[in-house]
Design a protein around this ligand. Structure first.
Ligand SMILES: [Zn+2]
Length: 244
């Protein structure tokens, strides 16, 4: 099951995924983009990653929340992933192919860690009420495809949404929202199993300001992680047309 075929088309900067004879085309990040935070049109002077604590943010492409399938399949699938697990497959396959063919430095990581959700934030699945975390669904697929273990190092202690918050407000995620998963902490916090000296790849569906990834990366680095990267399906750059 889950057989697919996929490749990067460097000529038009797309990735093509075929699942059960259905062909899906995603637009990749258009050059130039910031090699630290994936913000479009940005080069060395990018001012959109000033508070980033992860070493780099990777993305399949840009995410425009209002674009529908006919004009932008990637944005459409990221939006649909919020209510249908199926879309984790093409998105997760695309992320895996990019790691294997374009971002091979990520093959050196030790663990894949999904950005956690709080139980109260889980979405209903289909007609029956189920629960899932989009980031976890993507992480499961990537873990299998690139053969690296998934390790849920982080916990979300209460609901918290960055939606409908301004840029400044987004930077101030309270300290008690995320924590290192308790079972990972040994010896009363003096030694943190699985994190010391490790390189960790965080997975999420979308990055906007980067505050969530930074909060999680800071926790992991304080616990001794060597490198922390973030890979998202879509880089939401806001209304970049109006940004200078
Ligand atoms: Zn940047």
């Amino acid at each position: 099951m889950n057989s697919y075929y996929g490749y990067i088309n460097n000529y038009n900067n797309t990735i093509i995924i075929t699942i059960s004879s259905r062909r899906i085309i995603y637009n990749l990040l258009p050059e130039p983009y910031c090699k630290k935070c994936s913000f479009p049109k940005a080069t060395d002077e990018c001012r959109w990653h000033h508070s980033d604590t992860m070493d780099r943010t990777y993305a399949i492409g840009l995410y425009y929340p209002k674009r529908r399938e006919a004009e932008d399949t990637l944005s459409d699938h990221i939006r649909r992933l919020k209510s249908s697990k199926f879309y984790a497959r093409p998105l997760g396959y695309a992320m895996s192919i990019l790691i294997k063919e374009r971002y091979q430095e990520l093959l050196e990581i030790d663990y894949i860690t999904p950005i956690p959700k709080h139980r109260d934030e889980y979405k209903p699945v289909g007609k029956t009420r189920g629960i899932y975390n989009q980031a976890e669904e993507l992480a499961d697929i990537i873990s299998k495809e690139i053969n690296k273990p998934k390790n849920n190092l982080l916990n979300k202690n209460k609901p918290w949404s960055q939606r409908n918050k301004g840029w400044e407000e987004r930077q101030n995620i309270p300290d008690d929202i995320y924590s290192i998963t308790k079972s990972k902490i040994k010896l009363e916090g003096k030694s943190i199993q699985d994190i010391q000296g490790k390189s960790i790849l965080l997975i999420d569906d979308v990055r906007t300001s980067g505050a969530t990834g930074s909060k999680c990366a800071s926790l992991l680095k304080e616990a001794g992680a060597n490198k922390v990267y973030l890979f998202v399906a879509g880089r939401d750059a806001g209304d970049q047309e109006t940004l200078t």
